[in-house]
Design a protein around this ligand. Sequence first.
Ligand code: CA
Length: 353
Amino acid sequence: MSVMMHWLLLLLLVSFGSPALRFSDKDICLLDNTKLKQRLKHLQDLLYLYELQLKDILENTYHRTKSELFSGNRSEQHETLLPTTSGNLIVYDEALGFAPSPFNRQVPLCPDCSAVYGRRSTASGYYRIRPRVDREPFLAFCDMSDGGGWTVIQRRSNGRENFNRKWDDYKLGFGKFQGKNDEYWLGNDHIYDLLARGENSLKIDLVDWHGEKRYAIYENFQLANEQENYRLWFGTYSGNAGDALSGGSNFEDQWSASHRGMQFTTFDKDHDQFLAGNCASENKGGWWFNRCHAVNLNGRYYKRGRYSGPHDDGLVWSTWHGMWYSLKYSAMKIRPPFFIDRESGDGDNSQAS
Ligand SMILES: [Ca+2]
């Protein structure tokens, strides 16, 4: 019989035998001592578990899809599967591909963050997702606030990442995938694969240098494939940041700056409408430039709002602060439209610090 049981029995006997009888200070002390010992044991178990996880993290890098955990006798069939352990502290283990099913089988990775959310993993963080079963899974930040299920495809928050990059970098993705505010571009191929699965809405969260937040939602956000240079399409706008992706309010701006139907341009691959030059060279970041832009969330990161220079190359959303104000924070995130009805749209859930 455990010590705890012993004391519970004593308590019962005392209760039934003599209602008026009270524990002595010594008895109460012993009971407290037992509880503390159990608590200590629980904490020791937790510590042991965390030590194991820490060891796992130090010995494996989970930014590669091939873990050393399985480098020994992994069969061809298991080539693209991922380890069972939770790895990176903020990579949640439910998403790591070996989530146990009721029949103790390994289940496939979620295709996007809305599916992760559907599997009741409701903590924001980095998850491995796999929109195409014939391609390797990859890490993406799942924003489980704001109604949940958002796959973040772009984030700017501190200017530490260089966004003035070549075509191949934008194609494959770049940046850091660790902290909740780390800057990254998910990669045009990955974004294309996510969008090719079905209709998606795009939500853009913006924050200025006074901490004010705005947002824009576009229905039916689509990209063409690389042969079409990731041509951009999007439907109806809603939000409070203004419909800058459509180029602004007047027809002339829309003609020269709307991003609808534009192909992707980087400084080494020019597909913009600007005949005399390359918009990405001028504006320091890959984007769906026209001649040239009303939005450039991949522009230069200026560490204050207003900026000046030869080109309007800041992190710009023209219908909010104009072309000469560079925003502090942006996140582009996508989700199937049936999620939209739940509770999104207050624009209050950006991850900016
Ligand atoms: Ca050009």
